[in-house]
Design a protein around this ligand. Structure first.
Ligand code: SF4
Ligand code: SF4
Length: 286
Protein backbone atom coordinates (compact mmCIF):
# COMPACT_ATOMS: atom_id res chain seq x y z
CA UNK A 1 0.00 0.00 0.00
CA UNK A 2 1.37 3.40 -1.02
CA UNK A 3 0.76 6.75 0.66
CA UNK A 4 0.59 10.13 -1.03
CA UNK A 5 0.21 13.45 0.81
CA UNK A 6 -0.92 16.59 -0.98
CA UNK A 7 0.39 19.67 0.82
CA UNK A 8 0.97 23.36 0.29
CA UNK A 9 2.93 25.93 2.22
CA UNK A 10 -0.23 27.98 2.72
CA UNK A 11 -3.98 27.72 2.33
CA UNK A 12 -5.90 28.65 -0.81
CA UNK A 13 -3.58 27.10 -3.39
CA UNK A 14 -6.13 24.53 -4.61
CA UNK A 15 -4.74 21.60 -2.62
CA UNK A 16 -8.15 20.24 -1.61
CA UNK A 17 -9.52 20.60 -5.15
CA UNK A 18 -6.65 18.46 -6.39
CA UNK A 19 -6.94 15.88 -3.59
CA UNK A 20 -10.67 15.49 -4.23
CA UNK A 21 -10.03 15.05 -7.96
CA UNK A 22 -7.40 12.39 -7.22
CA UNK A 23 -9.95 10.64 -4.99
CA UNK A 24 -12.36 10.45 -7.92
CA UNK A 25 -9.66 9.19 -10.31
CA UNK A 26 -8.07 6.55 -8.05
CA UNK A 27 -9.59 3.13 -8.51
CA UNK A 28 -8.89 1.58 -5.13
CA UNK A 29 -7.98 4.26 -2.59
CA UNK A 30 -8.73 5.42 0.93
CA UNK A 31 -8.84 9.18 1.36
CA UNK A 32 -7.73 10.92 4.57
CA UNK A 33 -8.48 14.56 5.34
CA UNK A 34 -5.66 15.56 7.68
CA UNK A 35 -6.48 19.27 7.64
CA UNK A 36 -8.10 18.74 11.03
CA UNK A 37 -8.12 22.41 12.09
CA UNK A 38 -10.19 23.47 9.09
CA UNK A 39 -11.40 20.36 7.23
CA UNK A 40 -13.19 20.99 3.94
CA UNK A 41 -12.69 17.85 1.84
CA UNK A 42 -16.01 16.55 3.16
CA UNK A 43 -17.78 19.43 1.39
CA UNK A 44 -16.77 17.94 -1.97
CA UNK A 45 -16.89 14.25 -1.08
CA UNK A 46 -20.01 14.22 1.17
CA UNK A 47 -18.95 11.27 3.35
CA UNK A 48 -21.47 9.16 5.20
CA UNK A 49 -20.09 8.69 8.73
CA UNK A 50 -19.95 5.04 9.82
CA UNK A 51 -18.00 5.39 13.07
CA UNK A 52 -17.19 8.33 15.38
CA UNK A 53 -14.16 8.20 17.65
CA UNK A 54 -13.59 10.61 20.56
CA UNK A 55 -10.27 12.44 20.43
CA UNK A 56 -8.52 13.41 23.65
CA UNK A 57 -5.80 16.01 23.16
CA UNK A 58 -4.39 17.81 26.17
CA UNK A 59 -5.29 16.79 29.72
CA UNK A 60 -7.36 19.08 31.91
CA UNK A 61 -7.14 19.61 35.68
CA UNK A 62 -10.06 18.44 37.81
CA UNK A 63 -10.49 19.36 41.48
CA UNK A 64 -11.90 17.06 44.10
CA UNK A 65 -13.96 19.37 46.30
CA UNK A 66 -14.06 16.89 49.20
CA UNK A 67 -10.29 17.20 49.61
CA UNK A 68 -9.79 20.90 48.84
CA UNK A 69 -9.06 23.17 51.83
CA UNK A 70 -9.17 26.38 49.72
CA UNK A 71 -5.55 27.20 50.53
CA UNK A 72 -5.04 28.87 47.12
CA UNK A 73 -1.60 27.35 46.43
CA UNK A 74 -2.74 25.98 43.06
CA UNK A 75 -4.00 29.39 41.93
CA UNK A 76 -0.74 31.05 42.94
CA UNK A 77 1.26 28.63 40.77
CA UNK A 78 -0.95 28.43 37.68
CA UNK A 79 0.74 30.59 35.05
CA UNK A 80 -2.18 30.23 32.63
CA UNK A 81 -4.72 32.00 34.88
CA UNK A 82 -6.82 28.88 34.66
CA UNK A 83 -7.87 28.92 38.32
CA UNK A 84 -10.35 31.60 39.24
CA UNK A 85 -10.70 33.67 42.41
CA UNK A 86 -13.23 31.12 43.65
CA UNK A 87 -10.49 28.48 43.11
CA UNK A 88 -12.55 26.73 40.43
CA UNK A 89 -10.65 25.45 37.41
CA UNK A 90 -11.47 27.26 34.16
CA UNK A 91 -11.25 24.33 31.74
CA UNK A 92 -11.01 26.50 28.59
CA UNK A 93 -7.81 28.10 29.89
CA UNK A 94 -6.21 24.99 31.37
CA UNK A 95 -3.20 23.76 29.40
CA UNK A 96 -2.92 20.51 31.34
CA UNK A 97 0.59 21.33 32.53
CA UNK A 98 0.10 19.51 35.84
CA UNK A 99 1.67 22.19 38.08
CA UNK A 100 -1.44 22.48 40.25
CA UNK A 101 -1.55 18.72 40.70
CA UNK A 102 2.11 18.81 41.76
CA UNK A 103 1.82 21.66 44.28
CA UNK A 104 -1.52 20.84 45.88
CA UNK A 105 -0.76 19.77 49.48
CA UNK A 106 -4.02 17.84 49.73
CA UNK A 107 -3.69 15.85 46.50
CA UNK A 108 -7.03 17.33 45.54
CA UNK A 109 -6.25 17.79 41.82
CA UNK A 110 -6.03 15.15 39.09
CA UNK A 111 -5.35 15.52 35.39
CA UNK A 112 -8.05 13.85 33.34
CA UNK A 113 -8.73 13.30 29.64
CA UNK A 114 -10.30 16.19 27.84
CA UNK A 115 -12.54 15.73 24.80
CA UNK A 116 -10.90 17.85 22.10
CA UNK A 117 -12.60 16.66 18.93
CA UNK A 118 -13.67 13.63 16.94
CA UNK A 119 -12.30 11.40 14.21
CA UNK A 120 -14.57 9.69 11.72
CA UNK A 121 -14.43 6.60 9.62
CA UNK A 122 -16.75 7.16 6.65
CA UNK A 123 -17.76 6.02 3.21
CA UNK A 124 -18.15 8.38 0.25
CA UNK A 125 -18.98 7.79 -3.41
CA UNK A 126 -15.39 6.90 -4.34
CA UNK A 127 -14.63 4.65 -1.38
CA UNK A 128 -13.63 4.84 2.29
CA UNK A 129 -12.59 8.07 3.96
CA UNK A 130 -11.04 9.03 7.32
CA UNK A 131 -11.44 12.55 8.61
CA UNK A 132 -11.72 14.57 11.81
CA UNK A 133 -12.66 17.80 13.43
CA UNK A 134 -10.72 19.48 16.21
CA UNK A 135 -12.95 21.49 18.54
CA UNK A 136 -12.54 25.28 18.48
CA UNK A 137 -9.60 26.47 20.57
CA UNK A 138 -8.22 22.96 21.10
CA UNK A 139 -4.61 22.00 20.48
CA UNK A 140 -2.72 18.78 19.65
CA UNK A 141 -3.79 18.79 16.00
CA UNK A 142 -0.63 16.80 15.14
CA UNK A 143 -1.85 14.01 17.40
CA UNK A 144 -5.26 14.09 15.69
CA UNK A 145 -3.60 13.96 12.26
CA UNK A 146 -1.81 10.80 13.37
CA UNK A 147 -5.12 9.33 14.54
CA UNK A 148 -6.70 10.04 11.13
CA UNK A 149 -3.73 8.54 9.31
CA UNK A 150 -3.88 5.41 11.43
CA UNK A 151 -7.61 5.09 10.77
CA UNK A 152 -7.00 5.46 7.02
CA UNK A 153 -4.16 2.95 7.03
CA UNK A 154 -6.16 0.37 8.98
CA UNK A 155 -9.13 0.86 6.65
CA UNK A 156 -6.87 0.47 3.61
CA UNK A 157 -5.57 -2.82 5.00
CA UNK A 158 -9.12 -3.99 5.80
CA UNK A 159 -10.44 -3.32 2.30
CA UNK A 160 -7.23 -4.13 0.42
CA UNK A 161 -6.80 -0.60 -0.96
CA UNK A 162 -3.57 0.06 -2.79
CA UNK A 163 -3.19 3.74 -1.97
CA UNK A 164 -3.98 6.23 0.79
CA UNK A 165 -4.43 9.78 -0.51
CA UNK A 166 -3.90 12.34 2.25
CA UNK A 167 -5.05 15.94 2.17
CA UNK A 168 -2.44 17.61 4.37
CA UNK A 169 -2.82 20.77 6.43
CA UNK A 170 -1.37 24.07 5.20
CA UNK A 171 1.83 25.51 6.65
CA UNK A 172 4.97 23.81 7.93
CA UNK A 173 4.10 23.04 11.55
CA UNK A 174 3.59 19.89 13.59
CA UNK A 175 0.36 18.79 11.82
CA UNK A 176 2.14 18.98 8.46
CA UNK A 177 5.03 16.91 9.73
CA UNK A 178 2.53 14.36 11.09
CA UNK A 179 0.85 14.22 7.69
CA UNK A 180 4.00 13.57 5.65
CA UNK A 181 6.02 11.34 8.00
CA UNK A 182 6.66 8.00 6.37
CA UNK A 183 4.66 8.59 3.16
CA UNK A 184 5.98 7.51 -0.23
CA UNK A 185 5.53 10.84 -1.99
CA UNK A 186 4.37 14.37 -1.30
CA UNK A 187 2.79 16.52 -3.97
CA UNK A 188 3.39 20.17 -3.13
CA UNK A 189 0.78 22.48 -4.64
CA UNK A 190 1.97 26.02 -5.16
CA UNK A 191 0.87 29.10 -7.07
CA UNK A 192 2.92 31.67 -8.99
CA UNK A 193 2.96 34.49 -6.45
CA UNK A 194 5.84 35.78 -4.34
CA UNK A 195 4.32 34.35 -1.17
CA UNK A 196 3.56 31.11 -3.00
CA UNK A 197 7.17 30.59 -4.05
CA UNK A 198 8.41 31.56 -0.59
CA UNK A 199 6.07 29.03 1.05
CA UNK A 200 7.05 26.40 -1.53
CA UNK A 201 10.66 26.78 -0.49
CA UNK A 202 9.80 26.32 3.19
CA UNK A 203 7.64 23.24 2.66
CA UNK A 204 10.20 21.63 0.35
CA UNK A 205 12.74 22.16 3.14
CA UNK A 206 10.47 20.27 5.55
CA UNK A 207 9.99 17.37 3.11
CA UNK A 208 13.72 17.24 2.46
CA UNK A 209 14.51 17.31 6.18
CA UNK A 210 12.27 14.29 6.77
CA UNK A 211 13.60 12.46 3.71
CA UNK A 212 10.25 12.33 1.88
CA UNK A 213 10.39 12.51 -1.95
CA UNK A 214 8.53 15.52 -3.32
CA UNK A 215 7.07 16.63 -6.64
CA UNK A 216 5.47 19.96 -7.44
CA UNK A 217 2.26 21.20 -9.05
CA UNK A 218 2.00 24.84 -10.11
CA UNK A 219 -1.67 25.71 -9.87
CA UNK A 220 -3.08 28.64 -11.87
CA UNK A 221 0.33 28.83 -13.55
CA UNK A 222 -0.94 31.30 -16.15
CA UNK A 223 -1.75 34.09 -13.69
CA UNK A 224 1.97 34.94 -13.67
CA UNK A 225 4.01 33.14 -16.29
CA UNK A 226 7.31 34.71 -15.14
CA UNK A 227 7.04 33.43 -11.59
CA UNK A 228 5.80 30.05 -12.86
CA UNK A 229 8.90 29.76 -15.04
CA UNK A 230 11.13 30.75 -12.12
CA UNK A 231 9.50 28.09 -9.91
CA UNK A 232 9.92 25.47 -12.64
CA UNK A 233 13.58 26.39 -13.14
CA UNK A 234 14.21 26.30 -9.41
CA UNK A 235 12.58 22.87 -9.15
CA UNK A 236 14.68 21.58 -12.04
CA UNK A 237 17.86 22.83 -10.34
CA UNK A 238 16.85 20.97 -7.17
CA UNK A 239 16.09 17.81 -9.14
CA UNK A 240 12.34 18.03 -8.46
CA UNK A 241 9.71 17.10 -11.05
CA UNK A 242 6.98 19.59 -11.85
CA UNK A 243 4.24 17.04 -12.49
CA UNK A 244 1.49 19.51 -13.28
CA UNK A 245 0.91 23.04 -14.52
CA UNK A 246 -2.76 23.71 -14.08
CA UNK A 247 -4.39 26.70 -15.76
CA UNK A 248 -6.68 29.18 -14.05
CA UNK A 249 -10.15 27.87 -14.84
CA UNK A 250 -13.53 28.83 -13.45
CA UNK A 251 -14.49 25.16 -13.62
CA UNK A 252 -12.69 24.78 -10.27
CA UNK A 253 -15.14 27.21 -8.64
CA UNK A 254 -18.18 25.89 -10.51
CA UNK A 255 -17.36 22.33 -9.47
CA UNK A 256 -16.96 23.44 -5.86
CA UNK A 257 -20.34 25.21 -5.89
CA UNK A 258 -21.86 22.01 -7.28
CA UNK A 259 -20.07 20.02 -4.55
CA UNK A 260 -18.33 17.93 -7.21
CA UNK A 261 -14.72 17.24 -8.01
CA UNK A 262 -13.39 19.10 -11.01
CA UNK A 263 -12.91 15.82 -12.91
CA UNK A 264 -16.55 14.86 -12.27
CA UNK A 265 -17.76 18.31 -13.21
CA UNK A 266 -16.21 18.72 -16.63
CA UNK A 267 -14.02 17.31 -19.37
CA UNK A 268 -12.38 20.71 -19.90
CA UNK A 269 -8.73 21.71 -19.94
CA UNK A 270 -8.30 21.82 -16.17
CA UNK A 271 -9.94 18.44 -15.75
CA UNK A 272 -7.68 16.91 -18.42
CA UNK A 273 -4.53 18.42 -16.89
CA UNK A 274 -5.48 17.03 -13.47
CA UNK A 275 -6.00 13.58 -15.03
CA UNK A 276 -2.60 13.74 -16.69
CA UNK A 277 -1.00 14.81 -13.41
CA UNK A 278 -2.70 11.96 -11.56
CA UNK A 279 -1.31 9.44 -14.10
CA UNK A 280 2.19 10.84 -13.56
CA UNK A 281 1.87 10.67 -9.79
CA UNK A 282 0.39 7.17 -10.00
CA UNK A 283 3.33 5.96 -12.07
CA UNK A 284 5.79 7.52 -9.62
CA UNK A 285 4.12 5.70 -6.75
CA UNK A 286 4.58 2.45 -8.64
S1 SF4 B 1 -3.92 23.69 46.20
FE1 SF4 B 1 -5.31 21.98 46.51
S2 SF4 B 1 -6.20 22.31 48.47
FE2 SF4 B 1 -5.27 24.24 47.88
S3 SF4 B 1 -6.94 25.35 46.85
FE3 SF4 B 1 -5.87 24.23 45.27
S4 SF4 B 1 -6.98 22.31 45.11
FE4 SF4 B 1 -7.60 23.22 47.05
S1 SF4 C 1 -2.99 22.00 34.83
FE1 SF4 C 1 -1.67 23.81 34.63
S2 SF4 C 1 -2.91 25.21 33.42
FE2 SF4 C 1 -4.31 23.68 34.19
S3 SF4 C 1 -5.11 24.58 36.05
FE3 SF4 C 1 -3.36 23.32 36.63
S4 SF4 C 1 -1.61 24.71 36.68
FE4 SF4 C 1 -3.26 25.73 35.57
Amino acid sequence: MRQLTVISGKGGTGKTTITAAFASLAKNAVVADCDVDAPDLHLLLSPDVQETIDFHGLKVARKREDRCTSCGVCRAHCTFNAIGEDLDIIADRCEGCGVCEFVCPEEAIDLVDRLSGHAYRSVMRFGPMAHARLDTGEESSGKLVTLVRNLARRTAMDVGADIVIIDGPPGIGCPVIASIAGVDLVLVVTEPTLSGSHDLERILGVAEHFGVPAVVCINRYDINQDISDRIATHCMERGLDVVGRLPYDNDAIRAMISRMTVTEYSEGTLSNEVRTMWERVRRMLG
